[in-house]
Design a protein around this ligand. Structure first.
Ligand SMILES: NC(=O)CC[C@H](N)C(=O)O
Length: 357
């Protein structure tokens, strides 16, 4: 068994078993966040929104059903490390293709097992998200200090977004999906509804998007701080006047910024499969899948062109927005699920219905 060390910005260190890519003399730096999902680790690891983050799974057994060929949310996982309590060497499931350990090795993702991930989570909840580094066991806290001082940069969206448009033909409505690091199940959710989808890079211009003659626009999820891509805001302002628009997670935050609201960083974010959100006009609560570290500032919405449509029951943060005059709306969580509850999949139907109107 090869040992590896996780060192936090607080100077605390944890030794565990290396279960993924061998870092040898190198290191892996990321922002340490926790996810409370009990299952869905394959979708979490392959979600591009985790770019430059290291994910602590609070559920103690991760890897038990292996990894299969169908459940990827992207083909190039962008996270910097996986932290788990226990990871079996084999997966047990009829869909299992290879073990989680093999998967991490293949995609060069370092991983550490044997840590008390609930204790780590309590630290993150208390101090807020922080940087952490995975290093060989021989590294000391002093060795890690200069590594932890390095910046993670602000180009995550450019790194995970596609470089050239891709067309996924369908018989139904033509949707342009702006890719800030989209999860495959957003595309699948549109295709299951017969849409004809063109995925465009994050920095596509209004003219380029218009040239595809869209009937609706979908802004995707994505990694990093929404304030890192201010050039996208005028494009959103143009597009929302021309086409019905639906925005998810990073898309929701950008939609808010484009319309005069503000965003802020949460202490430890929302990442998990059971976040309750309340739709204010329906008066109903839905369970949602979440992965975000930033949120729209509640008090900023009042002076914007938007109104709050949904809130989080746990902490009253903004979960949904609607434009006051245009057919454009957004949610902070993941109606495409994968992983997690599918309770809010109807939002895709609402979006397509807004096009028919
Ligand atoms: N999944 C997402 O789109 C996350 C948006 C943003 N990166 C955040 O952490 O808040």
């Amino acid at each position: 068994m090869k040992k590896i060390k996780l060192i936090l910005e607080t100077g605390e260190e944890f030794v565990g078993e290396s279960i993924g890519h061998e870092i040898d003399g190198a290191h892996s730096l990321g922002e340490l966040v926790f996810n409370t999902s009990m299952t869905g680790y394959q979708e979490i690891i392959s979600d591009p929104s985790y770019c430059d983050q290291m994910v602590v799974m609070t559920y103690p057994l991760i890897g038990n059903y292996g990894v299969n060929k169908d459940d990827f949310e992207s083909l190039t996982p962008a996270l910097k490390g996986l932290v788990v309590r226990e990871c079996p060497s084999e997966g047990s499931n009829w869909r299992n293709e290879y073990s989680l350990r093999d998967f991490l090795k293949r995609f060069k993702i370092p991983g550490i097992a044997g840590l008390d991930t609930r204790e780590l989570t309590k630290k993150i909840r208390e101090k807020g998200v922080m940087k952490a580094v995975l290093v060989p066991e021989t590294f000391s806290v002093a060795d890690a200090k200069p590594l932890l001082e390095k910046s993670l940069g602000n180009d995550q969206i450019a790194r995970v977004s596609i470089k050239n448009p891709i067309h996924f033909p369908g018989e139904g409505k033509r949707i342009v999906l702006m890719d800030f690091g989209y999860k495959k199940n957003i595309l699948r959710s549109l295709m299951r509804r017969n849409c004809d989808v063109v995925v465009v890079p994050w920095n596509a211009t209004t003219e380029m998007i218009q040239s595809y003659r869209p009937q609706g626009i979908l802004l995707s999820n994505g990694p990093g701080d929404p304030k890192d891509v201010p050039g996208v805001l005028p494009v959103i302002r143009d597009l929302q006047k021309m086409y019905p628009m639906f925005c998810i997670c990073m898309g929701h935050q950008l939609f808010a910024l484009a319309n005069g609201a503000d965003t802020e960083k949460l202490k430890f974010g929302h990442r998990g499969g059971n976040h309750p959100v309340k739709d204010l006009s329906l008066g109903k609560v839905f369970m949602s899948s979440q992965n975000h570290g930033y949120a729209v500032t509640v008090s900023s919405v009042e002076k914007s062109n938007l109104e709050i449509s949904q809130i989080n029951i746990n902490d009253n943060t903004v979960e949904g927005l609607r434009h006051k005059t245009l057919p454009a709306f957004s949610v902070q969580y993941h109606p495409e699920a994968c992983p997690g509850p599918e309770d809010t999949g109807w939002l895709f139907d609402d979006f397509l219905n807004s096009i028919r109107k």
